[in-house]
Design a protein around this ligand. Structure first.
Ligand SMILES: NC(=O)c1ccc[n+]([C@@H]2O[C@H](COP(=O)([O-])OP(=O)(O)OC[C@H]3O[C@@H](n4cnc5c(N)ncnc54)[C@H](O)[C@@H]3O)[C@@H](O)[C@H]2O)c1
Length: 413
């Protein structure tokens, strides 16, 4: 039996504390009077000193008018409030006579824990970020039947205190959940992007509803049910590897054409424009990263793969050429290596040491057809002194005389 304390026993904290109290000795502290038959409500000094684990479940409130119940998209973006979390940390520092395992449950944006909370905590304590995927109305059930348990540590290490927390949860979980462990920042991201993926999904389904109303002869359920049964590409892990942008003969142009339809039927908003705008700026960000490497190391830029995907000649709708466009816009030339490309502009077959963008990845593109071989270099060898920017993060980091950068991985290790 472990000794556990909850700072903040409100809508989330109290139910979670009561679930833990079925197996452990649990205390609760709150700035407002709270009662419980299972949790011993006590003062902060007792809570801190009688608990080995201290869970913080205080509010991280949005500003007035930022909850989504009234229009807010026209208003200045604002972060959540952190005062209550900071107060809880200070209370732990002030009262703790021994070192504690401090676990923050409250929802915060990526980067907050490292930037705002950990520097305030007395270094004798250990800190974990452990947000819950819990919904109002089913808090106790969700607590012991979660889709996953998210545990963030300073460097993402799975041993030590993260392992101890897993052992603690194993004493109470009913569904044998998976444990997702990462850095504090990665776990803040998992939690907040989990929620916002749901918002995006609902927004897309409801957009089809709006089209059904305007166009006529459409039952939105016929459309969304067909899509929801599409487990090959839409309802599954496919397309969840960040890398090059959406490309090809169909996808970009379909979105571009739907911008027209949204306008024609006066839908009133244009998600396709937003998606295509994001795609272009993502390409521009990648181009600027290549340019920065090229200028720093005085090397030319070569995009490895010009067609929109490996093994085909088609350069229509190619994300490689979109990236190339932004490289040129920044004032640097760009060359392509691609023996199949149907557009020979700027395509070469040999290059010297360069900054390569490793645009093609056969394994990822064709994995749904079975196991695939890796993309082989489109030139005899990659010259020593080159830098490969791998947006798929699959090339080995150590290659003889070549620097490989895993674009999208900024862990500090
Ligand atoms: N409610 C949910 O279903 C849910 C789900 C997932 C995550 N979260 C997150 O958990 C956090 C808490 O949410 P909630 O719904 O329980 O909020 P809540 O407002 O119901 O409860 C928070 C409790 O903390 C207390 N409190 C405030 N400041 C305090 C302080 N300085 N010291 C001690 N106690 C203090 C409040 O009195 C209140 O009882 C938020 O960050 C929220 O986003 C909530």
């Amino acid at each position: 039996m472990k000794k556990i304390g909850f700072i903040g026993i409100g809508k989330l904290g109290l139910d979670c504390a009561e679930v833990m109290a079925e197996k452990h000795e649990v205390r609760g502290y709150d700035i407002y009077p709270r009662t419980s038959d299972l949790v011993k409500v006590c003062d902060i000094d007792e809570l801190v000193n009688e608990s080995e684990w201290i869970f913080i479940a205080v509010p991280t409130p949005h500003a007035e008018g930022y909850d989504g119940s009234v229009p807010s998209s026209h208003m200045e973006p604002k972060d959540f409030g952190h005062d209550a979390v900071i107060d809880a940390i200070k209370q732990i520092n002030q009262h703790a006579r021994t070192s504690k395992k401090v676990v923050l449950i409250s929802t915060v944006l990526p980067g907050t824990t490292r930037r705002r909370f950990v520097p305030l905590l007395d270094p004798k304590h250990q800190f974990l970020y452990n947000p819950y995927l819990i919904a109002m109305g089913s808090v106790k059930w969700d607590m012991v039947n979660p889709e996953m348990v998210i545990i963030g540590t300073e460097d993402g290490s799975t041993t030590g205190i993260a392992g101890e927390l897993i052992d603690l949860y194993k004493t109470m979980m009913e569904n044998g959940p998976r444990y997702e462990i990462g850095t504090w920042d990665e776990c803040e991201s998992i939690k907040i992007f989990y929620n916002t993926f749901i918002s995006a999904k609902v927004g897309l389904a409801n957009m089809i509803q709006d089209f059904a109303l305007r166009i006529g002869n459409i039952d939105v359920d016929v459309v969304t049910n067909a899509l929801s049964r599409s487990t090959m590409r839409i309802m599954g892990p496919k397309y969840m590897t960040a890398g090059m942008g959406d490309a090809g003969a169909c996808h970009p142009r379909d979105n571009i054409a739907l911008r027209w339809l949204a306008k024609e039927y006066e839908i009133g908003y244009d998600l396709f424009d937003t998606i295509m705008h994001a795609r272009e700026l993502q390409a521009k960000n990648l181009a600027q990263f290549l340019v920065q490497q090229a200028l720093t190391h005085k090397l030319p830029i070569v995009i490895h793969g010009k067609a929109y995907k490996p093994d085909v000649p088609y350069c229509i709708g190619s994300y490689s050429t979109l990236v190339g466009h932004y490289v040129k816009q920044s004032g640097l030339p760009v060359l392509y290596l691609d023996p199949l490309a149907d557009d020979p502009t700027d395509v070469v077959d040999t290059v010297g040491a360069s900054v390569f963008l490793w645009a093609h990845n056969r394994k990822i593109t064709y994995e749904y057809t079975g196991d695939q071989a890796d993309t082989e270099p489109y030139c005899k060898t990659i010259p020593a002194g080159s830098i490969i920017v791998d947006p798929w993060r699959k090339l080995p980091r150590t290659m003889d005389g070549i620097t490989v950068i895993h674009y999208g991985n900024t862990r500090r290790s």
